[in-house]
Design a protein around this ligand. Structure first.
Ligand code: GLN
Length: 201
């Protein structure tokens, strides 16, 4: 095990599988339910779930501002609903976005639960082998700003993006056995932690 400690926001949604995947990739994973726990971690995963509920739950044991302050200083990986929260431009008034990824993200844009689908995508950082991406009421990334690097796309739409310390996926990598995207995030956390990469929120 490395000495990194990565949190998974555990207030709603698919957090347990993320923690399992991080542990299997060799880092200590902690389910974060209280703001006090944020001081013990060096990276955070915001899981999929329901972005409206996630927004509503912030303000209970962890405030929006706690996550905002954390994400300004440490890497955050948002998947599905977590991507919505990291992005911008969502028109739904029930959602409070953090805006760390300069990407306009709309909710449920690939259709309802019934239209959930899987797709083999290519990862820019490991193009030799497809990644089996699982989309569940997935958000769509409609546009990206100049700071954003597209790491995978499906059709014309980016589905895995990064900007500075932050990473976002519109699908659910934690529901596969393939830990490459989690390992990529761990590497980011490690480089920031070691001071090799500048903290750019
Ligand atoms: N549709 C959900 C939302 O808007 C996201 C779905 C998911 O995280 N799998 O928050």
């Amino acid at each position: 095990m490395s000495d990194l400690r990565i949190g998974v926001l555990g207030i709603q949604g698919a957090y347990a599988r993320h923690a399992e995947m991080l542990s299997s990739a060799g880092v200590a994973a902690e389910i974060i339910k209280y703001r006090e726990q944020l001081s013990g971690i060096t990276g955070l995963v915001i899981p999929g779930g329901e972005s409206t509920t996630l927004t509503r739950m912030m303000g209970f044991r962890i405030d929006y501002e706690d996550i905002l302050n954390f994400a300004a200083a440490f890497p955050v990986f948002g998947t599905c609903a977590g991507l919505i929260l990291l992005g911008t431009g969502c028109k739904d008034p029930r959602i409070r976005q953090l805006g760390f990824l300069d990407a306009v993200v709309t909710r449920n844009a690939y259709g309802s639960q019934k239209e959930s689908f899987t797709e083999e995508i290519t990862l820019a950082f490991d193009p030799g082998k497809h990644f089996h991406a699982i989309f569940i009421r997935a958000p769509k990334i409609l546009s990206t700003g100049r700071s954003v690097r597209v790491l995978a796309a499906y059709g014309n739409q980016p589905v895995l993006i990064e900007s500075g310390m932050h990473l976002g996926a519109s699908f659910h990598p934690e529901l596969t056995q393939d830990s490459r995207i989690h390992r990529y995030f761990i590497q980011k956390v490690k480089e920031i932690n070691d001071g090799k990469t500048r903290r750019t929120a």
